[in-house]
Design a protein around this ligand. Structure first.
Ligand SMILES: CC(C)(COP(=O)(O)OP(=O)(O)OC[C@H]1O[C@@H](n2cnc3c(N)ncnc32)[C@H](O)[C@@H]1OP(=O)(O)O)[C@@H](O)C(=O)NCCC(=O)NCCS
Length: 185
């Protein structure tokens, strides 16, 4: 089983991290550590069925950052990709459901790399846009996403169970490519 996150003191990283796409065969080895890493910092409690809902169907959009030498999960991103019918014409919408970096390994670009990998995988599958929600006072997450080109599309009042509000952020993939002729990340 992959080890859980270490304490919050900044930890040494002796070599390059390993980034790995999730696959079902890895569930036994990594799911307990994934749950531990995410439940440590996110305000919403998720049951194992929520994790399996995402990982069974969209494991190829989920990426893990692993310690190069120890069996230690350092970062995780969990996503999905679905047709969004309320737009005309319908859009293929990627959704970032969960993102976390172990507290001792933050501010080294790990979450940025995970988000980029997930966006690239969504682009490969034809996504038109990527959306997510984040707590309005989660400054590290807001800065990270806005630096990657996400914009605030809506404020969601009292969105979370703890009463705090959220922003919905969106990254327009096709529109940006059409307007500039270039990729976004
Ligand atoms: C939000 C969170 C995922 C960010 O993880 P992270 O791995 O520290 O993120 P990054 O390192 O990619 O980016 C954070 C900062 O590090 C900086 N950074 C990026 N690469 C860097 C590098 N190689 N060296 C040093 N700093 C770097 C970035 O510029 C960024 O700073 P800025 O946003 O102030 O400009 C993390 O704080 C976390 O897990 N929080 C709890 C869970 C959570 O809130 N998840 C998001 C829910 S939507």
């Amino acid at each position: 089983m992959a080890g859980e996150a270490e304490g919050s003191k900044a930890a040494e990283l002796p070599a390059e991290l390993r980034y790995m796409q999730y696959e079902h065969a890895l569930e036994k080895q990594y799911l307990p550590a994934i749950r531990a890493l995410i439940s440590k910092d996110l305000s919403e409690p998720y049951s194992i069925y929520v994790y399996r809902y995402f990982l069974y169907q969209w494991g190829d959009l989920c990426f893990m950052a692993l310690h190069p030498e120890k069996p230690l999960l350092i970062g995780i991103i969990i996503c999905k990709l679905e047709t969004h019918q309320s737009h005309s014409p319908p859009t293929l919408r990627g959704y970032i459901a969960m993102l976390a970096t172990s507290s001792s390994y933050r501010n080294r670009g790990i979450a940025t790399t995970l988000v980029r990998k997930a966006i690239d995988a969504m682009i490969e599958r034809g996504a038109d846009e990527v959306v997510l929600e984040t707590e309005e006072n989660n400054i590290p997450a807001m800065k990270l996403y806005e630096r990657l080109g996400f914009i605030r599309s809506k404020k969601l009042h009292r969105y979370y169970l703890n009463g705090s509000s959220a922003y919905r952020l969106v990254l327009h993939l096709k529109r940006t490519v059409e307007m500039t002729g270039e990729g976004v990340v």
